[in-house]
Write a protein that binds this ligand. Sequence first.
Ligand SMILES: Nc1ncnc2c1ncn2[C@@H]1O[C@H](COP(=O)(O)OP(=O)(O)O)[C@@H](O)[C@H]1O
Ligand SMILES: [Mg+2]
Length: 173
Amino acid sequence: MSLQREVVLAGETATAALGRALAGVLPAQLMIPLEGELGSGKTALARAVLRGLGWTGPVRSPTYTLLETYDLPGPPPAGRRVHHLDLYRLTSPEELEYLGLRDLLAVPACWFVEWPQRGKGMLASADLAVALTLDPRGRRCRLRAQSAAGESCLRALWDRPELDEIEKMALTS
Ligand SMILES: Nc1ncnc2c1ncn2[C@@H]1O[C@H](COP(=O)(O)OP(=O)(O)O)[C@@H](O)[C@H]1O
Ligand SMILES: [Mg+2]
């Protein structure tokens, strides 16, 4: 899979719009590694997706807990499960065993994983890789499809009206 897209996120409003757009096209099950340095906006993007899915409660960074799980209420597609992992502080792969990762991976869910390389071999393979970098206008976000599911999600994402808004924000910043 080589489908790839890039967008400039000029400020937090643009990050929120991308999260909303992604929430609108997210299938029930998808593995989304979030790559980027500390402060690049990985947690901000995961939070924006959860807001887009209708989660109104707190979305904390899983820096210390490693894992935060969100069970959105209602029948599918609204009712669904989202896991937010942050492996920055992972000291050994066994720690993931303690979190019950094996059982969690057996149930359909979307996964947003910060520092995914630290959990290599322990996670499902990536569907849609997201890389965030700093940009003079805010952040730059590169999305790469790595499976058929990731590719259809990425195509649908680029058809969303929010993407035009985001591009306008980047042009006027
Ligand atoms: N598009 C953007 N432009 C500028 N700042 C942003 C943008 N998106 C998010 N931010 C800010 O960047 C910081 C990113 O923090 P965080 O999401 O915790 O990073 P990470 O999880 O990658 O360490 C937050 O202060 C957030 O408000
Ligand atoms: Mg983070």
